[in-house]
Design a protein around this ligand. Structure first.
Ligand SMILES: Cc1cc2nc3c(=O)[nH]c(=O)nc-3n(C[C@H](O)[C@H](O)[C@H](O)COP(=O)(O)OP(=O)(O)OC[C@H]3O[C@@H](n4cnc5c(N)ncnc54)[C@H](O)[C@@H]3O)c2cc1C
Length: 379
């Protein structure tokens, strides 16, 4: 079997697959593991699956060292930005520093697979499938090979996806700026959500460095951006109440896009994680969904009998795709509603702020419902 992409989805899937049944090879486009550092929220379903995966390998996750439990989300909004409401997130949300999460996953991978199982700096350049036959793959170094199963875990910018799947990519009219605060803030173990005219922002709460991420329209003027940062800094202070700043050196700018596929599988090839359904990180479900995909797929594949593997694999992948796409679309329907809050319309901003007790309660209920998801036993 081939896994293309050694990100969260690819590594989690490889760790959970039955090594007695599957010979796993990896290709990874980057020259080494791609551990971009920013913080990510994991909702309960993703966190618990991840924790169990580590636990099964005698690796215990330690809160306040490996992960940070979020105790509440505090919401701020309106034209002048006021504190509106807060909701309890205990037992629902955890924050990870992404680089640390990746390093823990990579260490587990290294315990299980020889270094030669992962080919860095190599990608798929062509892939051909035929009913009941292995997939024929040509690589960027002109080598080729056949695989009973190919898992595409290449993230949102997957290059293999368009070779096989009808993809619809929607480019969104906003950009996302991510950066760390220069030092410790008063958002110790809670997260912040901000919305105001033209901007929506989140503050992740790792105890030492908080991360601020905010969306704004493409083409927004820089002065507006600074004015927004200043307004956020009315509420975010150092731990002794002193003024702090946003560390511009660590800022990263992301363009935002949505990936839509009719099906995540085609014959004996399947896409998982952001390669299948990458979306902007507005509701923070990308990694949770990638982990769920990876484990749902591994569990389904581990049940296949080696006899007649070729006949069983395509229907199993199609079933995986049906179950997972329903889950993914439910979450992103809610996300589309959240995106309605990114607006330049002053009246709409005031209205949303006035109705925030009702609107935010609705979002809270939905998000908590999605966070409580359990992987179905049968795929
Ligand atoms: C700024 C930002 C903030 C985010 N915040 C959150 C959050 O709070 N909560 C959350 O859950 N999610 C968040 N996400 C989303 C989250 O990072 C992704 O959903 C998650 O990483 C998806 O995992 P993946 O394994 O599918 O893809 P990735 O993590 O992107 O991994 C893909 C891997 O494939 C490799 N690759 C790419 N192309 C090829 C190729 N052609 N051949 C071989 N290998 C290839 C890449 O180098 C990479 O190693 C955020 C994303 C961004 C950008």
């Amino acid at each position: 079997m081939l896994i293309s992409g050694a990100g969260v989805a690819g590594i989690v899937c490889a760790l959970a697959l039955d090594k007695e049944k599957y010979d796993i090879e990896f290709v990874e486009k980057a020259d080494s593991f791609r551990n971009i550092g920013f913080s990510i929220v994991l909702w309960k379903s993703g966190f618990e699956l991840l924790r169990s995966l580590f636990l099964a390998r005698d690796h215990v996750l330690h809160t306040n060292k490996d992960d940070y439990a979020v105790d509440k989300f505090v919401m701020f909004g309106g034209l002048k930005i006021k504190r509106l409401r807060e909701f309890d997130a205990r037992g629902f949300a955890w924050v990870f520093e992404r680089q640390h999460l990746m390093e823990m996953l990579e260490a587990e991978l290294a315990k299980t697979f020889p270094a030669s199982a992962i080919r860095f700096g190599k990608t798929i350049s062509d892939i051909r499938i035929k009913d009941g036959a292995p997939a024929r793959v040509t690589f960027s170094d002109n080598s080729d090979a056949e695989y009973d199963l190919v898992i595409i875990a290449e993230g949102i910018y997957s290059m293999t996806r368009p070779l096989l799947f009808e993809e619809r990519i929607i480019s969104l009219p906003w950009r996302l700026l991510y950066g760390w605060f220069a030092k410790e803030t008063n958002f110790l173990d809670h997260a912040g959500l901000f919305f105001t005219k033209g901007y929506v922002a989140v503050i992740h709460p790792p105890h030492v460095h908080n991360l601020l991420g905010f969306y704004f329209k493409k083409g927004a003027v820089e002065e507006d951006e600074h004015a927004f940062e200043k307004r956020v800094l009315q509420f975010v202070k150092g731990i002794r109440g002193e003024e702090i700043s946003f560390d511009v050196k660590t800022s990263k700018l992301f363009d935002l896009r949505e990936v839509h596929l009719d099906s995540y599988s085609k014959g004996n090839v399947v896409a998982i994680g952001d390669a299948a359904h990458g979306r902007p990180p507005t509701v923070g479900f990308g990694t949770t969904l990638a982990i769920e995909d990876a484990l749902a797929l591994a569990r389904a594949l581990n049940k296949l009998a080696p006899k007649d593997f070729a006949a069983q694999v395509a229907p199993r992948l199609a079933s995986f795709s049906r179950v997972r796409s329903k889950r993914v679309e439910q979450i992103y329907r809610l996300q589309r509603l959240v995106h309605q809050c990114i607006t330049d319309d002053a009246l709409k901003v005031s209205l949303i702020a006035a109705l925030s007790p009702i609107i935010s309660r609705y979002f809270e209920r939905k998000i908590k419902h999605f966070a409580l998801y359990k992987l179905p036993g049968s795929i």
